[in-house]
Design a protein around this ligand. Structure first.
Ligand SMILES: CC(C)(COP(=O)(O)OP(=O)(O)OC[C@H]1O[C@@H](n2cnc3c(N)ncnc32)[C@H](O)[C@@H]1OP(=O)(O)O)[C@@H](O)C(=O)NCCC(=O)NCCS
Length: 177
């Protein structure tokens, strides 16, 4: 797939992450965490070795977006680990600043949804800061619904910020319940 950046056309590839991507994933995640306004954690908590182990878990999905051999986006789907919540998963996504608003996030989430459906996951949850209007717009466009709000859950700088809960139903069971 291609996108246009500064009049140049660049190729990007979205694929499943493998243990050899650990360092690139950590660098990408850390660069977004350094911006401090989109993600809760400010430091990536796993070491490279720990990240390699995480990537071996076939129950979860990590997608990477690669441009010129560098990882510029990461999307994760973490499946519920208990019998009672295995039909659900949590989605996380981070695209490097210079590569945003080029449709990469939308493509990655579509792939993550399709993988989740194949795995029998029925409900994909996410949490987003109420201040992150671009992300909320992207999720709404993709069909995520509002599920709730945890008021003043975060303090970003000196600003109380709400935690917006959103969800995507991959099946229609909720219409009947
Ligand atoms: C939020 C994020 C995943 C969206 O991915 P993306 O590749 O930038 O978004 P897309 O190009 O697929 O855009 C999808 C829609 O999102 C909205 N959007 C995304 N970035 C935008 C921007 N900079 N300005 C305005 N709207 C924007 C638009 O509605 C857009 O649809 P449109 O192109 O039809 O206008 C990405 O910007 C990102 O990683 N941001 C920083 C980290 C983050 O916020 N992670 C999520 C935490 S919950």
């Amino acid at each position: 797939m291609m996108f246009k950046k500064n009049e140049q056309t660049e190729k990007y590839l979205i694929r499943r992450g493998v243990p050899g991507d650990a360092r690139g994933i950590i660098e990408c995640m850390q660069s977004v965490m350094d911006e401090k306004v989109y993600l809760v954690s400010e430091y990536y908590l796993l070491t490279e070795r720990g990240e390699q182990e995480r990537l071996k878990n076939r129950d979860d999905l990590t997608l990477v977006c690669e441009v010129n051999g560098k990882i510029v986006g990461v999307t994760t789907i973490q499946r519920g680990m208990y019998k009672k919540n295995r039909h659900t998963a949590s989605l996380g996504i981070a695209i490097k600043k210079e590569f945003r608003h080029m449709n990469i996030g939308t493509k990655m989430i579509r792939e993550a949804i399709s993988w989740s459906k194949d795995q029998g996951i029925e409900k994909i949850n996410l949490e987003v800061f109420s201040s992150n209007v671009n992300a909320i717009k992207a999720y709404r466009n993709l069909g995520f619904e509002y599920e709730g709000v945890r008021k003043g859950q975060f303090m970003i700088g000196n600003q109380y910020t709400d935690d917006v809960l959103m969800t995507y139903f991959t099946s229609t069971w909720h219409d009947k319940n």
